[in-house]
Design a protein around this ligand. Structure first.
Ligand code: HAM
Length: 428
């Protein structure tokens, strides 16, 4: 047999059923949470103008400098596959004139993003983000709301996360912080990596984010924003914390938190798996970005949001997962004994909302029971088994192994009742 001619391009991958199932579960939990918080879906194109990201995310960021997939159309337009979606959502909001007609918007999106990352674990070149953008409020209640929404999703998925919270101040605070950082790094200029030496003049904040060993050591000794915050930014930050505490949402302050995008001001945050410590990849991140509207040629639009990394969350779920349930009931039968009973029972169960699978390969009863196990069924029904009284079937609980015979006339009601009971147990 020859080798297949094609593989998924480097940094991309197929989501086979196990993984695709996890994605669907995450997306469903996210959609449910968005519904509970009153967020509405927005869909924007995967392709945007390159300049949108250069302006919004920042020309000197890794995303724009190194990671964007760009192309030129035959007509000469320079486009990029979106590396993130905050810029696209705000562009759409301004383009539709919502800032005039309906300025307060609670929006969410789910979709693919593209970044030409160097090959690393937990970094894909096409990945899925599930994000929200709360537009039109400068108040700390909005910051706390989006954090609460993200934490609701994680709780629904049974993941324990650590929320790291910080602030990036306003342009005035940042001016003072920038000067202090420039002084810190200028004194250590010779030790910087070539990228950082170049960025020192253009955007000193980027140096805090460098992955180079020596630059990281310098970042650890650099001043933090705290000392440079003005009264209003300090107050906003304190109010966000108060809001979170009021909702009993846990967080830790990390004044060394750095975001890889330039549009943030004031609140910034990241979510990490609580069981992981040390350097790690965030499961999601976000913050406030009140200046982006003006950067895109519109008015000031107060805004705060986040994006969750669905691929990384799926990986975390896979680690915690036991047997995955693909169907609730498996209907097995002695070959040749049960005739049309099997598809008829399957039809009756499906009509009542119970998922089930049957043998379609004419296998022996033993092989059918193995399939029931592989599919993670809660129950197996065995029809046409010789030792059982005619007119009865065996119902086996596959979690406990306990089984009993039931009259065929009562079988559907019995199964539906037992499945509902198990669903309730699983939910509680
Ligand atoms: P970000 O921190 O660039 O923020 O990405 C958010 C999340 O997307 C990350 O925490 C991570 O889980 C996931 N992610 C990023 N890059 C990759 C990758 N190469 N492979 C897998 N997962 C990845 C943003 O994108 C902002 N737009 C978030 C935001 C929304 N801020 C305000 N509103």
């Amino acid at each position: 047999m020859g080798k297949p001619l094609f593989a998924a391009p480097k940094g991309t991958r197929d989501l086979l059923p196990d993984e695709a199932g996890r994605f669907s579960r995450i997306e469903a939990a996210f959609r449910r949470a968005c519904g509970l918080f009153g967020y509405e879906e927005i869909r924007t194109p995967h392709l945007e103008n390159v300049d949108l990201f250069a302006r919004a995310v920042g020309e000197t960021t890794d995303i724009v400098e190194k990671e964007m997939y760009t192309l030129q159309t035959k007509g000469g337009d320079k486009l990029a596959l979106r590396p993130e979606n905050t810029a696209g959502v705000l562009r759409a909001y301004l383009e539709a004139g919502l800032h005039r007609t309906a300025p307060r918007q609670r929006l969410f999106y789910i979709g693919s993003m593209f970044r030409h990352e160097s090959s690393q674990k937990k970094r894909w070149r096409e990945f899925t983000q599930a994000g929200v953008e709360c537009l039109g409020s400068p108040h700390p209640e909005a910051d706390a709301e989006v954090v609460a929404l993200a934490l609701h999703v994680f709780a629904e998925l049974g993941l324990e996360v650590r929320t790291e919270l910080s602030t990036f101040g306003c342009p005035d605070c940042r001016g003072r912080f920038r000067a202090a950082l420039a002084e810190h790094y200028s004194a250590r200029k010779d030790g910087l990596c070539p990228d950082c030496a170049r960025r020192l003049e253009r955007n000193v904040f980027r140096l805090l984010d460098c992955k180079d060993e020596r630059c990281r050591a310098m970042a650890a000794e650099a001043p933090t924003i705290e000392r440079f915050l003005d009264a209003a930014c300090r107050e906003h930050f304190a109010a966000v914390q108060e809001q979170l505490r009021g909702q009993k949402l846990e967080f830790v302050l990390n004044m060394r938190l750095v975001r890889g995008l330039d549009y943030y001001n004031r609140t910034i945050f990241e979510f990490f798996l609580r069981t992981e410590c040390g350097r790690q990849d965030a499961l999601g991140a976000g913050g406030r970005y009140d200046g982006l509207g003006e950067l895109l040629g519109g008015p000031r639009v107060h805004a705060v949001g986040f994006a969750l990394g669905v691929d990384r969350i799926a990986l975390a779920l896979a680690g915690a997962e036991q047997r995955r349930r693909r169907v609730e009931v498996y209907i097995a039968a002695e070959p040749g004994e049960a005739g049309v009973q099997v598809p008829a029972l399957a039809r009756d169960l499906r009509k009542r909302g119970v998922s089930c699978a049957t043998d379609v390969a004419q296998r022996q009863l033993g092989a059918q029971m193995e399939e029931a196990d592989r599919l993670g069924a809660m129950f197996a029904v065995m029809l046409g088994v010789r030792e059982v009284v005619p007119g009865q079937a065996v119902l086996r609980d596959l979690d406990s192994g306990v089984q009993r015979s039931h009259d065929l006339s009562q079988l559907v009601d019995e199964i539906v009742g037992r499945v509902e009971e198990k669903r309730r147990e699983l939910r509680s």
